[in-house]
Design a protein around this ligand. Structure first.
Ligand SMILES: [Zn+2]
Length: 831
């Protein structure tokens, strides 16, 4: 494995694992489900034959140690003595980081065939769970792509599209929202079924500095996990470093490059599940093509690697030379064996720590300032409240529901409201999912000139805020009649039994839009209320249906079809099924496009991919009502800046763009003209974040992006939730609360109207507040955006451009602002 210019694809690797499973009694091969494209998603359970025979017994024992509430000290001791250490290692998440899929095969083979002391100790003491590819679709795509072009001028060019059909490189930014089926398989295995003592994720990074990053992470740390987790991560890292050095591997660095405050992907979220969650990152070759690096091409890197010099966290330097996939395979094997060997040698300590971490986190939750989070059942979008609760349950968090109303911290909560106690082992996770978050602003997050250093990913991941769900920290013990939820909260809606005037769907619920899309697909007539009814039974933005077979849709979507009290005589208008296209490009694909496509599928939106050739052609207005431009730079869309490829991340050290010509991307000036004609003739163009530049700059809209070109000291807002007022009497903001949040990221835009002559053509849909704009994350230069527009609609010819300046559908996670997207896809009232 790892030979130059050779990559095995997933079909072949799967065949190999099946053959191994047949010929060895040290492994159990289990299909956890299917991948997004229907390939088998596999786990290998490796241990001694006698351990494998009692796998479920060990799983249950392990689960007790991960939540030892109610156990005596003696019982814990007994479990520790009887239990086996559990490790999970995942390979090939990022498919363009090609070595790991190949390493996994050899790592598994060695585990099953070696009979030396180290491997026998591992088999006796450890249940080693190997996920040989946690993106089998990408493992297939990249290997096939690479092998097709090897030996041609296009060898090692990047895959032109996303290597995970929805998420691409973002497939590890989904460890909490669990939008991808792959994430759901991992969550069940890791968060609920097995709760391993250690989790290791094998990756690759750029090629220009260290050869391998190993634990621990660098500063800043995301706090509020159990401190023992970070000690264990150090411990594992120390073991790896010593073994790598012994094997003569140079250029290995820890405590650098990757900060302890990262995204909520699996290796960074597991510490809050009390699991030592770790990452290794090898320097990349050019896919499977060797790469030569001269010593003077090697340099420093971010976070604790200011120079390429020997240092405490990297005592031996790699001198340069050829770098091949095989080098990476060998590193990854040593790292992989370090994990299982440390676990084998220290089985009882790790098991005892598991119980200790869980107990201490529970005690902290009990005695801490915040005792629980209360989530009112009655909110702007009650179905999304339930989705948040279900996500917590899926992650193995304990959630309770109140049978009757209660008051906590002076606030009233109606029956059916939810309570998430902090007195539970996963309180660290609860804190980050439901609690307000401030990214540190200190010397760890500023450079020597005091410029802010970009966080590794977002500066907040507070999921309740993303979802537009209020979760209140409660400082007192909640006195209420609470029942612990043991199964998902059902989302099934009901249809009113008698509705002589027809039905009404609550326009504040995201799922009402899904129901409407499904109804339109069936040809059922749907109308929308343009104003509230006199009796208050209908709000502006609610949907109206006369009749139809609605029971199935109510069940499927969770939406209630309530009886309309009286026919609505004025203000309602027909909703037509929109013809939607979304721009899709090559150059590695655009992750924001992929996530939006997933969102559309989740909510029943029919949208066609619009590629360059069709976009540049005439007559878009005859085919489509709405065209969506996902967040992307103008240069990437037009092709003025070649996008190269590589699927994002895992940089391969640059080099010329050798993409095959048929996969070059960009719609050029012809495409810009075609899009402008589409709008002028009556179409709706919807832009997310920086894609708005295309309309502002090339169509000449009377807008200015006030954050464009500002130095980071003047304005800085990396992945934060900001407070916004929504103009919810405008059909484009129907269903939104008056005050809500918007997720701002690098590249997001904030608008100011520049022309008084045409300012009547601009509708402001959302506005930042005057002060205290930051809800969670990191914001410098608040005054720059105070009272400015976050989202606008601009008339242009007979059509309009809807510019959503922030990320309304980021990673299909920001449920709180999905409605802005859905509204933009639907027709408004007749003019
Ligand atoms: Zn990676």
């Amino acid at each position: 494995m790892g030979a130059d210019r050779k990559l095995e694809n997933w079909d072949k690797l799967l065949e190999y694992y099946q053959a191994l499973a047949k010929s060895s009694n040290r492994v159990k091969l289990v299909e956890l489900g299917k991948s997004s494209e229907g390939r088998p998603f596999m786990a290998l359970f490796i241990s001694s034959p006698s351990n494998l025979a009692k796998l479920d017994q060990y799983r249950q024992l392990n689960a007790k140690l991960a939540d030892p509430r109610g156990l005596s000290e003696a019982e814990v001791k007994k479990l520790v003595a009887e239990g086996k250490a559990v490790t999970i290692q995942s390979f090939a998440l990022h498919s363009s980081e090609v070595a790991a899929s190949q390493t996994a095969a050899e790592f598994v083979y060695d585990s099953l065939s070696r009979s030396d002391e180290e491997s026998m100790r591992m088999l006796d003491n450890v249940i080693s769970i190997v996920l040989p590819s946690i993106n089998p679709d990408g493992t297939q795509m990249i290997a096939d792509w690479y092998m097709k072009y090897v030996g041609t001028p296009h060898e090692a060019s990047g895959l032109p599209w996303l290597y995970q059909k929805y998420a691409g490189h973002d497939n590890n930014r989904d460890g909490f929202a669990l939008n991808l089926v792959e994430s759901q398989h991992i969550a069940k295995l890791m968060y609920r079924d097995w709760l391993p003592q250690a989790y290791m994720d094998h990756h690759q990074m750029g090629s220009s500095n260290a050869r391998l990053f190993i634990p621990p992470y660098a500063e800043p740390l995301r706090p509020d996990g159990d401190p023992m987790v970070w000690r264990e991560i150090n411990w594992f890292g120390g073991e790896m470093g010593a073994k790598l050095e012994a094997a003569g591997k140079t250029g290995v660095i820890g405590n650098a490059i990757y900060s302890g405050w990262g995204h909520m992907g699996f290796h960074w979220i597991t510490p809050f599940h009390n699991i030592a969650g770790m990452l290794a990152e090898s320097a990349s070759a050019r896919l499977a093509t060797p790469m030569f690096m001269h010593a003077d091409q090697l340099r420093g890197g971010p976070r604790n690697l200011p120079e390429y010099e020997p240092q405490v966290n990297m005592p031996s330097l790699w001198p340069g030379g050829w770098w091949r996939v095989r080098d990476i395979v060998e590193q990854q094997k040593i790292v992989g064996w370090s994990v299982v060997d440390l676990a084998a040698r220290n089985r009882e300590t790790l098991l005892s720590n598991m119980s200790l971490k869980a107990s201490r986190q529970t005690e902290r939750g009990e005695s801490g300032r915040v005792k629980a989070y209360a989530i009112a059942a009655a909110q702007n979008d009650p179905l999304t409240v339930k989705k948040l609760v279900n996500m917590l349950l899926y992650s193995g968090v304990e959630v309770q529901q109140a049978k009757a109303s209660f008051v906590a911290d002076g606030r009233f909560y109606g029956p059916g409201s939810f309570v998430v106690t902090m007195a539970q082992p996963k309180q660290g996770l609860v804190r980050w999912m439901l609690g307000r978050t401030f990214y540190p602003d200190n010397s760890y997050t500023r450079d020597k000139d005091n410029n802010p250093i970009r966080p590794y990913d977002m500066s907040t991941d507070t999921f309740s805020e993303f979802m537009g769900v209020r979760s209140d920290p409660i400082g007192e013990k909640i006195a209420a009649d609470l029942v612990r939820l043991t199964a998902k909260v059902p989302l099934a809606g009901v249809v009113a039994s008698a509705a002589p005037s027809g039905y009404v769907l609550d326009g504040r619920q995201n799922d009402s839009f899904r129901a409407v899309n499904l109804l339109l697909d069936k040809g059922v007539a749907v109308r929308r209320a343009g104003s509230a009814s006199a009796d208050g039974g209908v709000r502006a933005g609610d949907f109206l249906v006369a009749a139809g077979d609605l029971t199935g849709i109510a069940k499927q979507t969770g939406v209630d079809f309530a009886a309309l009290k009286a026919p609505l005589t004025t203000g309602a208008y027909d909703i037509r099924k929109p013809r939607i296209a979304m721009y899709q490009r090559y150059g590695g694909g655009n992750m924001d496009e992929g996530w939006t496509r997933l969102l559309f599928e989740q909510f029943g939106v029919t949208s066609k991919p619009l590629m360059d050739a069709e976009l540049k052609g005439a007559g878009l207005e005859a085919k489509y009502d709405v065209i969506v431009l996902p967040a992307d730079s103008v240069a990437a869309m037009t092709g003025e800046r070649p996008t190269g490829g590589g699927g994002g991340g895992g940089g391969f050290g640059g080099g010329p763009d050798n993409t095959p010509p048929e996969f070059k991307s960009g719609f050029g000036a012809d495409g810009v003209k075609a899009l402008q004609t589409f709008v002028q003739k009556g179409g709706t163009l919807v832009t997310f974040a920086q894609a708005g530049d295309l309309a502002i700059q090339r169509f000449g809209l009377p807008l200015r992006n006030v954050v464009a070109g500002l130095a980071s000291k003047e304005f800085w807002c990396p992945g934060s939730t900001l407070r916004v007022r929504y103009a919810n009497t405008n059909p484009l903001a129907y269903g939104m609360p008056e005050e809500g949040l918007a997720l701002f990221m690098a590249g997001s835009q904030v608008y100011e109207v520049t022309s008084t002559e045409t300012s009547q053509d601009v509708d402001i849909l959302a506005t930042y507040g005057e002060r205290d704009i930051l809800q969670s994350g990191w914001l410098l230069g608040e005054q720059v955006i105070a009272s400015k527009a976050a989202a606008v609609s601009v008339k242009h010819g007979a059509g309009r451009v809807v510019l959503l300046g922030f990320r309304p559908q980021h990673r299909a996670q920001t449920h709180g602002t999905f409605k802005l997207v859905f509204n933009a896809l639907l027709n408004g009232p007749p003019k």
